[in-house]
Design a protein around this ligand. Structure first.
Ligand code: PRP
Ligand code: URA
Length: 209
């Protein structure tokens, strides 16, 4: 069974509350999402293996730690997942970035794929999939399936707000993928939006509504 990590550090909760507020405009929404992604990134990368390296400080030689050669890829689900890439890249500047384009059909709520471009060696990387909203879980599950079909065996899913329905679906369909969230909300409404949620993340990031 995949593990659910709820990263509810006070600073993350504070920033998320401002994002949820309907009076918060696109500029602040984007900046807060980037900041939370960076903070969540600490937990998502917490167990990366370290190796010993010999260096010399200005005072003396020492054996110190560096992240082992494990390669990372960040894969945002378009559009809204893009809003979490900058924060993660600030933490891991050498990570490569792939893109998976999915949108939800407004009537069926089922995801439709329209784009997929991934690093050539994606199967050798630890992949962090980003998307602020985990609602029905359909988009996340399809993206995870696409990555597995490319040979990825080491994937983590990083979202901001999750509904119990979406969390359960990812855990059922992808029990090997750990989920990282800043908050677990109450439920979905009858148009499959998260309640209380923060509205349409893509529209709020890009100002399209
Ligand atoms: C939103 C969100 C997720 C998806 C979540 O994207 O960013 O990708 O819905 O819903 P689900 O868990 O029910 O699949 P949307 O389809 O609105 O596309 P957008 O990011 O381009 O606005
Ligand atoms: N997509 C969003 O952007 N928000 C939701 O609440 C559900 C899906």
């Amino acid at each position: 069974m995949s593990q659910l990590h709820v990263i509810d550090h006070p600073m993350i909760q504070h920033k998320l509350t401002i994002m949820r507020d309907k009076r918060t405009g696109s500029k602040d929404f984007r900046e807060l999402l980037k900041e939370i992604a960076l903070l969540m990134g600490y937990e998502v990368t917490r167990d990366l293996p370290l190796v010993d390296v010999k260096i010399e400080t200005p005072i003396c030689p020492m054996v110190a730690k560096k992240v082992a050669g494990r390669k990372l890829a960040i894969v945002p689900i378009l559009r809204a997942g893009m809003g979490m890439v900058d924060g993660l890249q600030t933490l891991v500047p050498v990570a490569k970035v792939g893109h998976i384009g999915l949108y939800r059909n407004e009537e069926t709520h089922n995801p439709v794929v329209y784009y997929c471009k991934l690093p050539e060696d994606i199967q050798d990387r630890l992949v962090i999939v980003t998307d602020p909203m985990l609602a029905t879980g359909g988009s996340a599950c399809d993206a995870l399936q696409m990555l597995k079909e490319k040979g990825c065996a080491n994937i983590r899913l990083m979202c901001l707000v999750g509904a119990p329905e979406g969390i359960a679906r990812v855990q059922r369909e992808h029990p090997d993928v750990d989920i990282y969230l800043a908050a677990v909300d109450e439920r979905l409404n009858d148009t499959a939006y998260i309640v209380p949620g923060l509205g349409d993340a893509g529209d709020r990031i890009f100002g399209t509504k």
